[in-house]
Ligand binder design. Structure first.
Ligand SMILES: C[S@@+](CC[C@H](N)C(=O)[O-])C[C@H]1O[C@@H](n2cnc3c(N)ncnc32)[C@H](O)[C@@H]1O
Length: 292
């Protein structure tokens, strides 16, 4: 097998040197394609896996999944008879030949990521390494945990008059340098709902940094632990209080931290879509533009 980093570099060079991958134009998202699907398992509840994802998982002989981030109920319900392998603790050098060999033996292989593979999924490097080995891959999207948290909170992440933008981000730490941490900038913009992935263990220090940088300590922060799981929990606070509240609750992982008023549905305004536009006032350029 080619060393994974060499394979990743070679795939990047090939992309730079050639026209766009013809599959981008020839295939649509959601279409079952040749190769190993990288499937978004959704946030946890088996019902939040897409129909296509479920059909592929049910037909699989080998399911490589993201360990405890994928609800074991989903594996029990949809692929109890398949070989199931957790990717936790396995590097590319182990994962790539495992999937390649099974695929080349004619077995149905699926790679199950939590939420949607597009968000902090580290899927592309696996896909590149597999493609370099001659194994085609594609993505089947899923419900990212920020969307599940929004549903739990019965709100919207964009909310007219409150939040015009959403940031999916993560705090600084072992894999993100302080200068790459933009949480303070998103919060400072005022009309952004900031969704922190991979930050449950670092909420208190993240909030301290925001306070040190002069942000309003009363800005709401809402934490949704295990959104869509049976033990789902919601902790509410502010930049000043959420660290202590989360410490008391004892959650150190698997939570979505939502900074901003949208989580509370506070102070929003009626949208143009169901007001002026619906009444035939000055037409919006497109329905899409009025969709907030
Ligand atoms: C490695 S990232 C993967 C994110 C995933 N690809 C997604 O789209 O949700 C793991 C982080 O996602 C968040 N997360 C995943 N599942 C969650 C859930 N059910 N409820 C809340 N947060 C979750 C947590 O912040 C966790 O630290």
């Amino acid at each position: 097998m080619t060393d994974p980093q060499t394979a990743i570099d070679a795939e990047a060079d090939a992309r730079a040197a050639t026209e766009r991958d013809p599959r981008v134009a020839d295939r649509t998202a959601g279409e079952v394609q040749e190769g190993i699907p990288f499937i978004g398992a959704g946030p946890g509840d088996p019902g939040l896996l897409t129909v296509t994802g479920r059909e592929l998982v049910e037909a699989a002989d080998l399911v490589v999944h993201a360990g405890s981030l994928v609800n074991s109920d989903l594996l029990t319900e949809y692929c109890a008879d398949a070989e199931q392998v957790s990717s936790i603790g396995k590097d590319l050098e182990a994962l790539v030949p495992l999937m390649r060999d099974a695929y080349e033996e004619g077995r149905e292989v699926v790679r199950l990521h939590s939420g949607d593979p597009a968000i902090y999924g580290a899927a592309v490097e696996q896909m590149d390494a597999l493609e370099h080995e001659g194994v085609p891959t594609y993505v089947v999207p899923g419900v990212t945990s920020a969307f599940a948290a929004s549903a739990t909170l019965r709100t919207q992440l964009t909310l007219n008059g409150v939040a015009n933008h959403v940031a999916f981000t993560r705090p600084q730490g072992k894999t993100l340098d302080p200068e790459e941490d933009h949480i303070g900038e998103f919060v400072g913009m005022g009309d952004v709902t900031t969704c922190l992935y991979l930050g449950t263990h670092a909420v208190a220090e993240t909030m301290d940094r925001l306070i040190d940088a002069g942000h309003d300590p009363d800005i709401p922060v809402t934490v949704v632990y295990h959104a869509s799981w049976p033990d789902e929990d919601v902790i509410e606070g502010t930049i000043a209080t959420i660290g202590d509240r989360l410490d008391e609750a004892g959650y150190r992982a698997s939570a979505m931290v939502v900074i901003g008023d949208a989580a509370r549905k506070a102070g929003y305004e009626r949208s143009y879509l169901y007001d002026g536009f619906a009444n035939g006032d000055e037409p919006a350029d497109s329905q899409q533009e009025a969709d907030d």
